[in-house]
Design a protein around this ligand. Structure first.
Ligand SMILES: [Zn+2]
Length: 455
C-alpha cells in the first residue's frame, strides 16, 4: 500500500505504552503501525518528539452566536485555531453562554450554522438540560446528534436575556435525568450548591471583601461535595449515566469513586488549572484566574494529582470559558466574570507538570488527554493511536521550556492565566485526520478541515 502519510522516528504512544514505530495514514485513518512501512506521498520526521493521540478536550465553551449580548466572546474560528495550536484535535462544546442556549432543535441548528466552514478541529456538541426544555427539547437534541447533556447545579444564566441558559431545580433535574436515561447518553453536571454559594458571596460582598482569596472562601469544599451526593442518589433512582465536570477537591473525587464501586455509572474530570494554580497565588495573578468551583489551596494540589495518576479522576479538560476583557477588568473579584481561557495550554502544561515533574507514564498521559474522554463519550474514531481510528496526532517536544506570551495566543481575546509562565514542553505539530493543521514553523493552517461530529 502507498500511504498518504508516514510518521517516522518518533516515540509513539500506543494503547499499551510508547514505542519507536512508524505510523502509516491512508484516507484520514491510521492504516498501519510498525517498521519500514514503505512509501508515502508525505513523510514526517518526528525525531526527538513524542507522538501522542491528539487531545480530546471534553469541556470547551464557544460563545457563538452571542445574540447581541456576548458577541465579542470566543468564536468557532478563533477557538478551534487555538485548539489546533495547542494539540487539541477534537473537543466537546458546551450548550451555554451563546444566545440562544442550546436547548432544542432550533437552537442547535443556529450553532451548526454559526460554525459552518469555520472549524480547524472536530467539534462534538452538548445539549442543555434546563427547566424549560422538558417538553420535547431533550428528545430533539438527541435526534440532532448531541454527544450528551449538560446541567448546572449552581446559579447560571442571565434571567434578563431571553433564551439564556438556566440552572436546574431538583424537579427538573429528576425529570430530565429520567428523559436522558432513555437516550443512553451522559448527563454532565456542574456541581455546586447554589443557595449557599450565592448567599455567602452576597454577604462577603456586602462586607466589602474584594479579593480572590475571599471569593474562594465563599465556595467551601462541602458545597461541591453535597450536590455530588445528590446526583449519585438521583442517578441510582433514574438510571441516568452521569459525569461530574471540573471537580476541584479530593473529597468530590472520592464520592465519585465510592459510587463507582457501588455500581453507579458515574465518572469525573478535573481541569488543567486545578492541577497547576493554587489559592495562595490567585490575588497576584488577578481576575483572569477566577473560575468556579474555585482554585483551592496549594496543600490540595498533590492530592488531586495523585487521583489523576491512579485513575480516580478519569481525564482532564480545559473548561475553556473566556469572555471579553472588560468583564475581567475590575479590582473586585466578586464582580469579575468567572471563567478561564485554557484550551491552548492543556497539552504542554499537562505534559510538563505530569510527565516531566511527576513521573506520569506516557500511557497515562495519553489516557487523560485523549483515550479516556473519547471512551466515556463514545467517540469511537478518536482517542488513541490504533489501526482504524482517525489519524489525529499531537507532536510534543519534551524538555524545551518556553514562556507564554500574548502573541502566542490564538484566542479572540488574548487573555490567559498562563501568560508569563515558563512551560517545560512544546507542541510542535498537530495533525487532524492525516492533515497537518498546525506546525510550529508556519502556524495554524487556514484549511478549516474540522467538522461537527453527530452522535
Ligand atoms: Zn464549563
Amino acid at each position: 500500500m502507498k500511504f498518504d502519510l508516514i510518521i517516522k522516528n518518533g516515540l509513539v504512544i500506543l494503547e499499551n505504552g510508547e514505542q519507536n514505530v512508524e505510523v502509516g495514514v491512508k484516507d484520514g485513518k491510521i492504516a498501519a503501525i510498525g517498521h519500514d512501512l514503505g512509501e508515502a506521498t508525505k513523510v514526517i520526521d518526528a525525531e526527538n518528539q513524542i507522538v501522542s493521540p491528539g487531545m480530546v478536550d471534553a469541556h470547551v465553551h464557544i460563545t457563538e452566536p452571542g445574540g447581541g449580548y456576548r458577541d465579542g466572546w470566543e468564536g468557532y474560528e478563533t477557538g478551534t485555531k487555538a485548539a489546533a495550536k495547542g494539540g487539541v484535535t477534537s473537543f466537546i462544546e458546551m450548550p451555554l453562554n451563546q444566545v440562544p442556549a442550546t436547548t432544542d432543535k432550533a437552537s442547535i441548528e443556529v450553532k451548526f450554522e454559526a460554525g459552518k466552514d469555520e472549524l480547524a478541529v472536530d467539534v462534538a456538541s452538548y445539549g442543555g438540560l434546563v427547566p424549560y426544555n422538558l417538553n420535547g427539547g431533550i428528545q430533539e437534541l438527541d435526534e440532532a446528534g448531541v454527544i450528551g447533556y449538560k446541567a448546572f447545579i449552581a446559579t447560571c444564566g442571565d434571567r434578563s436575556i431571553e433564551g439564556d441558559f438556566q440552572d436546574v431545580d431538583d424537579y427538573s433535574l429528576y425529570e430530565g435525568m429520567k428523559q436522558i436515561a432513555k437516550t443512553g447518553k451522559i448527563l454532565s453536571i456542574h456541581s455546586e450548591n447554589a443557595a449557599i454559594t450565592d448567599r455567602l458571596g452576597q454577604i462577603a460582598k456586602e462586607n466589602g471583601e474584594t479579593t480572590l482569596s475571599a471569593y474562594v472562601d465563599t465556595r467551601p469544599v462541602f458545597t461541591e461535595v453535597e450536590p455530588i451526593r445528590k446526583i449519585i442518589l438521583f442517578a441510582k433512582e433514574t438510571g441516568c449515566r452521569v459525569h461530574i465536570v471540573h471537580v476541584a477537591c479530593e473529597e468530590g473525587v472520592d464520592e465519585v469513586v465510592k459510587a463507582q464501586q457501588a455500581g453507579v455509572d458515574i465518572t469525573c474530570e478535573t481541569c488543567t488549572h486545578y492541577l497547576y494554580f493554587y489559592k495562595e497565588e490567585l490575588d497576584d495573578i488577578g481576575p483572569v484566574v477566577k473560575c468556579s468551583p474555585p482554585i483551592r489551596e496549594k496543600s490540595r494540589l498533590e492530592g488531586m494529582w495523585n487521583r489523576v495518576l491512579n485513575g480516580d479522576i478519569g481525564f482532564v479538560t480545559s473548561d475553556h470559558s473566556p469572555c471579553t476583557p472588560d468583564l475581567k477588568a475590575t479590582d473586585n473579584a466578586f464582580e469579575a466574570w468567572g471563567g478561564i481561557a485554557g484550551l491552548q495550554n492543556n497539552v504542554d502544561v499537562l505534559y510538563d507538570e505530569g510527565v516531566q515533574k511527576r513521573n506520569m507514564t506516557l500511557k497515562r498521559f495519553a489516557e487523560i488527554i485523549a483515550t479516556e474522554p473519547a471512551k466515556r463519550f463514545g467517540m469511537y474514531d478518536k482517542g488513541s493511536i490504533e489501526i482504524g481510528k482517525d489519524a489525529d496526532f499531537v507532536f510534543i517536544k519534551p524538555d524545551s521550556p518556553y514562556t507564554l506570551t500574548e502573541a502566542d495566543l490564538e484566542y479572540r481575546n488574548k487573555m490567559s492565566p498562563y501568560l508569563g509562565r515558563e512551560i517545560g514542553a512544546q507542541v510542535t505539530r498537530t495533525i487532524l485526520r492525516g492533515q497537518e493543521i498546525y506546525n510550529q514553523e508556519t502556524g495554524v493552517a487556514d484549511i478549516r478541515s474540522g467538522r461537527f461530529i453527530n452522535y
